[in-house]
Each structure stands twice: as structure tokens, then as C-alpha cells.
Design a protein around this ligand. Structure first.
Ligand code: MN3
Length: 200
């Protein structure tokens, strides 16, 4: 049976300051993500799930409207992605191959960034905004609550958590400022490019 485990952050808790505080990471990783792991394991065990991968559990529980499993396990993979895709990288350069693809599919890097910010702003309530690969084309999308793009057959390259717990300590209610700061300062573009070249 699959057992979820909370991964360590790939950096120290103060590594993303001043863009994301140690206090936010402590709450978000140690409390919120831990709760998804604890509850996910509880429901996987209670329901005796036999899937052999975490992604299969996400896709099947989505199809079956199995909300207790889906919400926790999908949030688990969302957060693993989120931790890995961030770094303290103000004005970080986008590797050439990915930059060409962005320019090709959006017109410009600025247009992609604007679309990404706007997707996050217009996600009503909790959820995520994403840069995904959809049949070989880059797209910006948004999803409610725990939804990961894989349930729609999309490959997530970059996701930003717009649940209030991700920004309230640092930005209060100013979600647009959080999103702009995220896309300009907190994206590990090398890692996004890695995901892109792996899946393109
Ligand atoms: Mn979160």
C-alpha cells in the first residue's frame, strides 16, 4: 500500500526571504503539508487502496469523486511540486530552450507572466495557477482547491499555491502582489526547464 511521506524542504526555511518568510514556510510545510500527508495516509489505509503510484491514486480518486482521498493526496503532490519549483531567484533567467517555447506559444515572456498572474488572481477562493504542457503546447491554467493538472491530462511545469495559507503572513490579503513577487523572484527556472525538456 502507498504511504505518503512529508519530504524535507530542498532549502532552509529562511532561504526564500524576503519573498517568502521562514514563518510562512514553517506553517505551510510543517503544518499544512503535514496535515495532507497524515489525513491522506489515514484515508488510503481505511479504504485499503491498491494503486501502485501516488499519481494513480490522484487520477482515480478524481474520477471516482472520492473527495477525502483526492483532496489530501492531490494536495500532497501539489506541494511537493511547489517546494521543488521555488528558489531565491530574483530576475532569474529562463533557459534558452524554454524561453523560445514561451515566446512561440505566448508571444513573449511578459505575456506568459501576465497570464499566470491573472490566472492566480481570478481563481475564486482556494486553488492553484499553472504553466502546463497540453499536447505539446504551453498553456496557463487555474484549478480549484486540490486539483492537479494531471487530472486533465496536462503536465504541470510550474504551479503557484493561491490558498491564503501560502501568502497571508507575508502579503495579508494582497494576492496580486504575492503572485507578481512569486513569478519575478521565486521561480527556479532551471527546474521548470528540466520538467519541460523531460516532457517535451
Ligand atoms: Mn498550500
Amino acid at each position: 500500500m502507498i504511504k505518503l511521506e512529508l519530504p524535507d524542504l530542498p532549502y532552509s526555511k529562511d532561504a526564500l526571504q524576503p519573498f517568502m518568510s521562514a514563518e510562512t514556510l514553517e506553517l505551510h510545510h510543517d503544518k499544512h503539508h503535514q496535515a495532507y500527508v497524515t489525513n491522506g495516509n489515514k484515508f488510503i489505509e481505511e479504504q485499503n487502496l491498491s494503486e501502485s503510484s501516488i499519481n494513480e491514486i490522484v487520477i482515480n480518486s478524481y474520477k471516482n469523486n472520492n473527495a477525502p482521498v483526492f483532496n489530501n493526496v492531490s494536495q500532497h503532490i501539489n506541494h511537493i511540486h511547489f517546494w521543488e519549483i521555488m528558489s531565491n531567484n530574483p530576475e532569474g533567467k529562463i533557459p534558452g530552450e524554454l524561453e523560445s517555447k514561451i515566446t512561440n506559444d505566448f508571444g513573449s515572456v511578459d505575456q506568459m507572466k501576465n497570464d499566470f498572474i491573472n490566472a492566480g488572481i481570478t481563481q475564486f477562493g482556494s486553488g492553484w495557477c499553472w504553466l502546463v504542457l497540453n499536447n505539446g503546447k504551453l498553456e496557463v491554467t487555474k484549478t480549484p482547491n486540490a486539483e492537479n493538472p494531471i487530472v486533465h491530462g496536462h503536465i504541470p511545469l510550474l504551479g503557484c499555491d493561491v490558498w491564503e495559507h501560502s501568502y497571508y503572513v507575508d502579503f495579508k490579503n494582497r494576492r496580486p502582489d504575492y503572485l507578481k513577487s512569486f513569478i519575478d523572484n521565486l521561480v527556479n527556472w532551471e527546474k521548470v526547464n528540466e520538467e519541460f525538456t523531460k516532457n517535451n
